[in-house]
Each structure stands twice: as C-alpha cells, then as structure tokens.
Design a protein around this ligand. Structure first.
Ligand code: UDX
Length: 423
C-alpha cells in the first residue's frame, strides 16, 4: 500500500456490541484499499489476547491495532467493566490518549497519514480531535434506525449538546426496506445517512475471507456447541442469549431455566460467566440439570452467527440487542423478545408490531410464560407466521447487500466520499 493510500482510524465504544459492527466496517474498508488502524482500549486488548490469542491481533501490514487508555483502574477482578464508569472516564482520559495516538500515527513514516476517523456514535469526544487536526470524521451509529430516532428525541441530550450529532455523515447497520419510514424521518435531521446493513451479510458477500483470523469476541467461544447442534432435527432447537451487557437476577434465571426445561425442546443457552453475580450455572440446581439431561446445552459464550445459521436452530429467545437482531434477520430466525435497556425496547416494539418477526415476553419472567411462548414460536400458527416473515426479511436483506442493492450502493458511496476527502 502506498503512502498516498487513505488511512481510516476506527474507534468503537469498547463494548462487544459496538466493537463487532466497527470491525466489520473496518474489514470492508480495508478490502477497498484503506490502511486501517483499529483502536481497542488497553483493557479490552488484554481480554482479546486472553480469549483469542495474540495472533488474532497481529492483523496485516495494512490492518493494525493500537490502544488507548480508558482511565479506569487496571486491577479488575471480574474481568468486565462498568459501562457508566467507562462512559464518564473515556471522554477525559480516552480523549487525551486518542489525541496522542493520532499525533504519533501522523509522525510515522511507515503508515500513510490519517485521512479519516470513523467513530462510534457514543464516542463523540473524538470529534474534538478530528476538528483539531482537520481530519474528516464519519460516525457509525450501532443501534437500529428506530432506536436512533428515539435518541434524537431526547430533549435533555440535545440540551447537553450530544444531539443532533455534529457529524458530516452517519453510518447505520440497517437496510432501507427494513426501516424505511424511520430513515425518512431521520434524514430530515441528518441528510447524510448511509445504511449498510446487515453489516455481517455485506462483509460475507464482499470479502468473505478478508482478514478471517481477526475477530473481536471478548469471551472465549465454545465451538463444541456446533457439533451438539448437528444432532437435532431442522428448526427444532431454541437458542437463548441475552447479549454482552445484561445481568439477570437469580430468580429470573431460574424461571427461564424451568420454562425452557418444561417445553421439551432442545435448547442452547448462553450463560455468560458474569451474567449473574455469583455465577449463573451454580444458581441452577442439580434437579434442573437432571431434568434437562442432554436436551439442554449451557455454554459461556458461543460463535453466535454460526449458531444462528445452523439448520437446527428454529427460534431465538433474546434481549433485542441490535447486532443480534440484525444477525437473526440475516438468517431468517424468529424471535422471543425480552428487552432490557438502551434502545432494546424500541427494537422489540418494531420486531413485534412492524416487522412481524417476534413476540414479546413480560419483563418479570414466569416459567409458564416462557414455556407457552416457546411452544407458540416453535409449533404454533403465530410462530409459523413469524418464521415466514423472518425468511421474507432475510431475502430483502440479501437484495439490499447484493450489487444494485441499497446497502451495497451506500457502502460504495462511503468509500468514494472518504477517498475524496483525503487532503
Ligand atoms: C447493546 C445493545 O443492545 C445494542 O442494541 C447496542 O447497539 C449495543 O449495546 P449487546 O448486549 O452487546 O448490545 O447485544 P448485541 O447488540 O446483540 O451484540 C452482541 C454481539 O455479541 C453480537 O454481535 C453477537 O453475535 C455477539 N455474541 C453474543 C456472540 O458472538 N456470542 C455470544 O455468545 C453472545
């Protein structure tokens, strides 16, 4: 790659649901000739070394990793960080560290000068550095368009200056058909809006083997669950996962457990080590383990996209995180929605009432309700309708990410715009 090549610095919020889409976007840009500097916090860099090994962070000569400090104490016995603390510390300590990093990168002769900064929507402090150095910036907003529209209505956030986003352009991991009306509404406030989703589908289509070894899972994946899935009939397994941030009460965990056990369907359930204070699996009794026998598999973290694309998976009980929603739509899998925070309630509302791909479960989980909704999803008339809608949306997502599709065209526009704006 020549010194004249574009150089994009990609900086996600240091949380799993934000790192994943940023990494996909970075790989796509790399495929289009960009030199990439991908930024992790020091804390997450060490977690990635532990979960995936140092090799996964070596990148390639033109896909490099750098770190910034997040300002939180380095001694952290639980291995996870408190997101509110992180959001307070980053704009102070992260900003200083980020500024130093940009200066360092621009002083180096072995990498092209930084020509653009792609920042997570929640990392708006990076705008200050972009302005200071005269570097164009684009913002990747990781939630749904409907979630974003919700945020845009937060008067308080507007008063505090977070919104409207002071950015030249915003990138969204969704596709036009899926959130048409919402996108039209957002465009009245932010005209330069690029929908490039589902990002994982676009990346698979455009550059399936590009930088395959680079991953972003902060927890160690249990890949044996894929072999376990092979044992079951098509569309017979319930997949259960609440994403990377949610914590649940021991009581809710027990209600989920017995509700799933009572359905008699096989289930794959991801119980992160930090999902319940005190350890999730220990809260589940021996009686439960005996009741499910080998019909239920509990793992700490799984390769979710591979699980969702497995033929035996017939439904997804989930928290309405946006990445999980997009990944499920990409595989045509219907949902039971248990939203928790951020824009998840909005994603749930749209999944259940607009897109027709999900059913909501009450926030105060009861085992009887888990059982009846899982049965409805897997074998009921309503479940059949949701599955058909999910398959229809999958087809539309495939159209959006194919040449001439909206996401494909928008991604090429981003590439052109970023290259044009090189100094
Ligand atoms: C949260 C919000 O819910 C989300 O909408 C927002 O944009 C970011 O913060 P999170 O809890 O991380 O996100 O959920 P989600 O957005 O679904 O992202 C989780 C990611 O981790 C997905 O890409 C999923 O594939 C991956 N994952 C999760 C795994 O690979 N394995 C697992 O076992 C669990």
């Amino acid at each position: 790659m020549e010194a004249g090549n574009p150089h994009a610095v990609c900086i996600p919020l240091p949380a799993q649901g934000h790192i994943n889409p940023m990494l996909l976007l970075a790989k796509l840009l790399h495929f289009h000739g960009f030199h990439i500097t991908f930024i992790h916090t020091e804390f997450n860099y060490h977690r990635l070394v532990q979960s995936r090994g140092l090799d996964s962070l070596r990148g390639s000569p033109h896909f490099r990793f750098e770190t910034i400090t997040d300002g939180l104490p380095s001694t952290n016995m639980r291995g996870i960080q408190d997101l509110p603390d992180l959001c307070l510390a980053l704009p102070v300590h992260g900003l200083r560290s980020f500024r130093e990093l940009i200066m360092k990168l621009n002083a180096r002769s072995d990498v092209p000068p930084v020509t653009s900064i792609i920042s997570d929507g929640v990392m708006s402090f990076t705008l200050e550095v972009a302005e200071e150095f005269g570097i164009p910036e684009m913002v990747l907003f990781t939630p749904s368009a409907c979630g974003m529209l919700g945020y845009l209505h937060f008067e308080d956030l507007k008063e505090r200056g977070y919104f409207p986003l002071k950015a030249a352009a915003v990138i969204l991991n969704t596709f036009d058909d899926f959130e048409h009306h919402v996108l039209d509404a957002i465009k009245t406030k932010l005209p330069k809006l690029y929908t490039v989703g589902p990002l994982s589908m676009l990346q698979r289509r455009l550059c399936p083997t590009n930088l395959d070894s680079i991953g972003s899972n902060l927890w160690k994946e249990d890949t044996q669950c894929l072999g376990w899935l092979d044992r079951w009939k098509p569309k017979s397994v319930v997949y259960v996962n609440y994403g990377s941030l949610i914590t649940v009460t021991p009581q809710h965990l027990r209600e989920f457990a017995w509700g799933l056990a009572d359905t008699n369907y096989p289930f794959l359930w991801v119980i992160r080590p930090d999902i319940v204070d005190g350890g999730g699996e220990r809260i589940l009794s021996k009686e439960f383990t005996a009741a499910i026998s080998d019909r239920g598999l509990l793992v700490g973290w799984c390769p979710q996209e591979r699980v969702l694309s497995h033929p035996s998976v017939g439904g997804f009980l989930m928290h309405c995180g946006w990445n999980s929603t997009m990944e499920s739509v990409s595989e045509g899998v219907p949902l039971i929605c248990w939203p928790f925070f951020a824009e998840q309630q909005m994603n749930c509302f749209y999944s259940c009432t607009k897109w027709g791909i999900g059913m909501e479960i009450d926030s105060d989980i009861k085992r009887e309700k888990v059982e009846s909704l899982v049965r409805e999803l897997m074998e009921g008339m309503k479940g059949q309708g949701l599955r058909q809608n999910a398959i229809d949306w999958k087809k539309k997502a495939e159209i959006a990410t194919s040449p001439d599709g909206s996401s494909y065209i928008n991604f090429n526009k981003i590439v052109i715009q970023l290259k044009q704006r090189m100094p």
